[in-house]
Design a protein. Structure first.
Lengths: 114, 109
């Protein structure tokens, strides 16, 4: 399977702490994306990093990509209770006929305690 | 505000019934996707479409079919629902970044 794997599968921290989530994948990618899912809802796109980029920031989010290790990390700084959610990495291997398929990991559950 | 809507949030059907799940997007995206989400398995791609009347099988197409008659609408069809199709179904659209609907939680009894 080309599915990415998030690590750890679950993380519980206190409000104000930083949260780091890791994603490993298996083959070359065009880009890697992170999504958030609040309980029982659809996924929301957080950030995309291309294969030729090493680091990207968006607000309190910082994503790194190491293509030699086939891994990415998502750092959420100064976490808030509202960050409690499941987080998924998704890899884009490129598609045929103009389609862009993503392969999602199994997700990891972040709990931020107030 | 961009939007992907799904016809139902919760649905209960009986084994053998034909089930239609509808998805509509208002962003003029060419690509649309259907996933199912199960605990411990993450999201798995069922079918996707990159143009009207075009469709491609995803990783788990068995037991499903799709229809894309108009650009904004992508339907997932369970020809004869079975209990192992009880799941959360998520529709998405987009190129690179995907925009998701709220999901339909389908229970097949």
């Amino acid at each position: 399977s080309q599915q990415g794997e998030e690590d750890p599968q679950a993380l519980s921290i206190q409000e104000g702490e930083n949260a780091t989530m890791n994603c490993s994948y298996k083959t070359s990618i065009n880009n890697l994306q992170w999504y958030r899912q609040n309980s029982g809802r659809g996924l929301v796109h957080l950030i995309l990093i291309r294969s030729n980029e090493r680091e990207k920031h968006s607000g309190r989010l910082r994503v790194t990509l190491d293509t030699s290790k086939k891994s990415s990390s998502l750092l959420i700084t100064a976490s808030r209770a509202a960050d409690t959610a499941s987080y998924f990495c998704a890899t884009d291997y490129g598609g045929q006929g103009g389609s862009e398929k993503l392969v999602f990991g199994k997700g990891m559950k972040l709990t931020v305690n107030p | 505000d961009v939007k992907v809507t799904q016809s139902s949030r919760y649905l209960v059907k009986r084994t053998g019934e034909k089930v239609f799940l509808e998805c509509v997007q208002d962003m003029d995206h060419e690509n649309m996707f259907w996933y199912r989400q199960d605990p411990g398995l993450g999201l798995r791609l069922i079918y996707f479409s990159y143009d009207v009347k075009m469709k491609e099988k995803g990783d788990i197409p068995e037991g499903y079919s799709v229809s894309r008659e108009k650009k904004e609408r992508f339907s997932l069809i369970l020809e004869s629902a079975s209990t192992n199709q009880t799941s959360m179904y998520l529709c998405a659209s987009g190129w690179n970044e995907q925009f998701f609907g709220p999901g339909t939680r389908l229970t097949v009894l």
